[in-house]
Design a protein around this ligand. Sequence first.
Ligand SMILES: [Zn+2]
Length: 278
Amino acid sequence: MARLRKWRIAIFMAVGVFLAGLIMFVALTCYLASGAEMVPVLMYHELVDSSEKESRYSLSVEKFRDHLKYLKSAGYSPITDGDLLFARNGGSSLPFKPVIITFDDGSSDHATLAMNSLAEQGFRAVFFIITERIGQPNFLNRDQLRTMHNAGMSIQSHGHTHRRLDRMASDKLADDLRLSMEALTNLLATNAVSLCVPGGWYNEDVLNSARTTGYRLVFTSDIGMNRIYGSNPILKRLEIRGGTDSGGFKRALSPMGIAFNALIRQIKLVGHMLRGNS
Ligand SMILES: [Zn+2]
């Protein structure tokens, strides 16, 4: 009998999660399709010179160039995090269909494969740097970062050590965020304004520490679109994985694709919590 009761509870919970997910999916799709003033943020990692080297975090430069061509043909205008802050502060309005292209981790291919592809379209992007790794093998060095900055790219923080910020003691958290800010300020003679949280993990402590260190925007791995105006510092992104072709890219940007991927991530996070990994 106890076993039967357990099964009933499990089925009840599964149906509940399914219905909640369905409601969320429909509501989010309608909201995203409503045409409110929003900006998508694309999340890329490493670029590689051949599709044979692709993995979740490695996309072929050929496919990346196709993504950029699609953005141009569909009328998107890439902006930076600085442009978003400027617009939010009443500085100027943003172009029609703004999009923010971001790269995580600061691998050395960004100075060549990413920069060349962006230059072909006259696009700008935001690069999140693990500041402890600047100049290490396979990572961007100081000269490359300065060159990218001077070419109009936004160079921002991905933490100093790339460790999970939400699991750090408060003094270690503050140190990590401060050291990263200082490294970028010393390198580029301008303060970083954005923090991209390693692994997408954050909590209230991380948000508070980021704010007190001087970061004004926090880029996450939460999936969704972002309101252009308002004061929410937390930005959601759309992960573009290795292997994503033009069709997959269009789907990832569509209201239904965003709602579907957001739902899958929520289900995964619930599973993660249920397994006891907070
Ligand atoms: Zn990362």
